[in-house]
Design a protein around this ligand. Structure first.
Ligand SMILES: NC(=O)c1ccc[n+]([C@@H]2O[C@H](COP(=O)([O-])OP(=O)(O)OC[C@H]3O[C@@H](n4cnc5c(N)ncnc54)[C@H](OP(=O)(O)O)[C@@H]3O)[C@@H](O)[C@H]2O)c1
Length: 246
């Protein structure tokens, strides 16, 4: 029996991952703040345990991990997916908005790691999957609050690789392109390569089964974004401005 712990299961990618992973041989415990949505998932998936918690609250995350392990046993796989995205205009920097992005997207992952890693190290077994974004590869329009949190997560995962792989823990970072969710519904621009949450979850589950450290999808879009990252800034800014209009 595999136990997968997932944050951010009440919508979008996390909900799709939960629906696809729940199976008689696969128990899932999932965190979110919307209790009604956690209850709805539990009603349709008997293998699912819903845990109401705010990932930005370290004590609440510690408690969620304790409850998950009490119900389903040791966590084999942790998918740290909960995230906040609010497009911003950098001409008006609201530090509360920037701080909240860091507290949820970055510290939310750190709080889960704090609660999960010691037992995985003791067991010399575990798989940690950190959901970042292609927005962490280079600065994108409207992403001044969100992008830096994802760049920080990529750097965090890279550093943890050195510490955790010798202990038998597998760590991966996931960099999706655009996925059709509540988060991207706020975007008023064309989103190339937009995927459904179900297709994104399938791509992510396939990537998690691989030995790759980084899982990026959809390939057509992420290959282009990766190339853009290596251009001189003058060319990068000009191409990005022409493509997005910002
Ligand atoms: N959509 C995209 O195009 C895209 C692209 C690249 C990367 N990503 C990343 O993929 C992940 C999932 O994104 P999504 O598009 O599926 O987002 P979404 O539809 O907006 O769903 C976000 C999920 O995170 C949870 N969440 C947000 N703040 C939370 C908090 N403080 N405490 C606990 N849970 C919280 C939400 O649950 P509650 O509101 O119930 O708490 C919800 O389940 C995020 O990390 C996002 O940055 C998304």
């Amino acid at each position: 029996m595999t136990h997968t712990f997932i944050t951010g299961v009440t919508a979008g990618l996390g909900a799709a991952l939960t629906r696809q992973l729940c199976a008689p041989s696969h128990q899932v415990s999932g965190v979110g703040r919307r209790a009604d949505r956690l209850q709805a998932l539990a009603a349709t998936h008997p293998e699912f345990l819903g845990l109401t918690a705010d990932v930005a609250d370290s004590a609440a995350m510690g408690d969620a991990v304790t409850r998950a392990e009490a119900a389903h046993g040791p966590i084999d796989v942790a998918i740290l997916n909960a995230g906040l995205y609010q497009p911003v205009d950098g001409k008006r920097v609201d530090s509360d908005v920037f701080r909240r992005h860091m507290e949820v997207n970055y510290m939310g992952v750190v709080h889960a790691l704090d609660a999960i890693i010691p037992a995985m190290v003791a067991r010399r077994h575990g798989h940690i999957v950190i959901v970042a974004s292609v927005a962490g590869w280079s600065g994108l329009p409207k992403s001044a609050a969100y992008g830096p949190t994802k760049a920080a997560l990529i750097s965090l995962a890279e550093s943890l690789w050195f510490d955790l792989t010798p202990t038998g823990i597998k760590i991966q970072v996931v960099c999706p392109g655009f996925i059709e969710t509540e988060a991207t519904a706020q975007n008023d621009f064309d989103m190339p390569g937009l995927m459904t949450a179900d297709d994104a979850a399938s791509a992510m589950i396939a990537g998690m089964a691989s030995s790759a450290f980084e899982v990026a999808f959809p390939k057509s879009f992420t290959r282009t974004m990766r190339l853009l990252k290596f251009l001189p800034y003058s060319l990068y800014f000009a191409l990005m401005r022409r493509r997005t209009g910002f």
